[in-house]
Design a protein around this ligand. Structure first.
Ligand code: AHG
Ligand code: MN
Ligand code: MN
Length: 331
């Protein structure tokens, strides 16, 4: 696998050719979505759909279009048993189990929906699991993130990039719009162990629990506080955008639980199966870490398709620091 190889060339070296075909189908869907995103209002994709998803969130037109692109592009590849998406309450069965049809995929078709109408960065996130056998049901998807055999995200921004792991490092491919191929531009991405960048929506500050409040207060205090150095903050409003920046230059991404979410019976905002787990797999493969504050995300036993979890991920030393604040906290 060499820099400037196409995704197809890199995938041809995978021992599992069926997985390779599935990845190529995902890449094709991302490519189609990228073209739509680039067209924006000209493709009639902006605005609200006038409906809500199973989680009670208002859907944008592009949430539904993106979901439909994946439902159209993935099943014909023959490797999939079933799909589960942020935009669908139940699983979407595709094939009966067979030697080649053995995979399950979970996906967030369009991450960062609030950015669509303002021409901000958006993304797609996906995770591939193997089916243990027997009939497929939603329970088949309830596997810890450590069981993922592949995960990726696609960032639709100034360039379109697909970041992929099959457990052998995290590799970044840039879409060459002239040929329609993803090209290996960022092999073996590694994020620095230390950082002075963090990423959190500070509008929820009054709802934070003590460990997060302590961590962010210390960052904000900068040189004048216990950290003795200045920090910088960024918030893209799309996890894919924020985590991609961290994959490129280090940083800490936090979408923690808070008192308001807890009062609504939610453990976090981000969903375990198609946001937290795949992004954790990629970040860990790049030398980073990912936790709820109390537990490594990829060791959580899921209890529902749309389960939400607190997410703290990025440069390892900062993840350890936030974890230690949870260890010492009564809250
Ligand atoms: P989605 O658009 O798939 O629902 O995900 C949006 C998520 C995530 O991408 C982002 O980090 C976060 O929601 C932003 O939430 P706030 O609006 O609460 O900041
Ligand atoms: Mn999302
Ligand atoms: Mn989404």
């Amino acid at each position: 696998m060499n820099k400037n190889d196409t995704l197809e060339q890199c995938i041809s070296q995978l021992a599992d050719a069926d997985l390779g075909q599935l990845i190529m189908a995902v890449a094709e869907a991302c490519c189609e979505l990228s073209a739509l995103v680039q067209q924006g209002e000209l493709a009639g994709i902006l605005g609200a759909a006038g409906s809500s998803n199973v989680q009670g969130e208002d859907q944008k037109k592009l949430d539904i279009i993106a979901n439909d692109v994946f439902l159209e592009k993935l099943p014909p590849c023959g490797q999939l048993l079933a799909m589960a998406s942020e935009e669908m309450e139940d699983i979407y069965p595709v094939n009966k189990p067979s030697p080649e049809a053995k995979y399950l995929i979970t996906f967030d078709p369009l991450d960062g929906s609030s950015n669509i109408d303002v021409n901000g960065a958006v993304g797609t996130i996906f995770s591939v699991l193997t089916h243990a056998g027997g009939d497929v049901s939603s329970e088949s998807f309830l596997q810890p993130g450590s069981q993922q055999i592949c995960a990726g995200y696609c960032l639709y921004s100034s360039a379109t990039m697909l970041i992929l792991t099959t457990g052998d490092g995290a590799h970044g491919f840039t879409l060459d719009t002239s040929s329609g191929s993803f090209v290996l531009s960022h092999p073996h991405m590694q994020l620095p162990k230390t950082t002075t960048d963090y990423s959190i929506n500070a509008a929820y500050q009054r709802h934070w629990f003590a460990p997060i409040k302590q961590y962010i207060d210390e960052c904000v205090a900068g040189k004048d506080g216990v950290r003795g150095e200045n920090f910088n903050m960024r918030w893209a409003g799309a996890m894919v955008g924020d985590v991609h920046r961290i994959m490129c230059k280090g940083g800490l991404f936090l979408y923690p639980s808070n008192k308001k979410l807890a009062s609504e019976g939610k453990q976090g905002k981000l969903r375990l199966l198609y946001e937290a787990n795949p992004m954790s797999f990629i970040v860990e493969q790049a030398g980073g870490a990912a936790t709820t504050g109390e537990q490594r995300i990829m060791e959580l036993q899921p209890d529902g398709l749309h389960q939400r979890v607190p997410v703290i991920m990025g440069s390892e030393v900062e993840v350890q620091r936030v974890t230690s604040y949870h260890d010492n906290s009564a809250v």
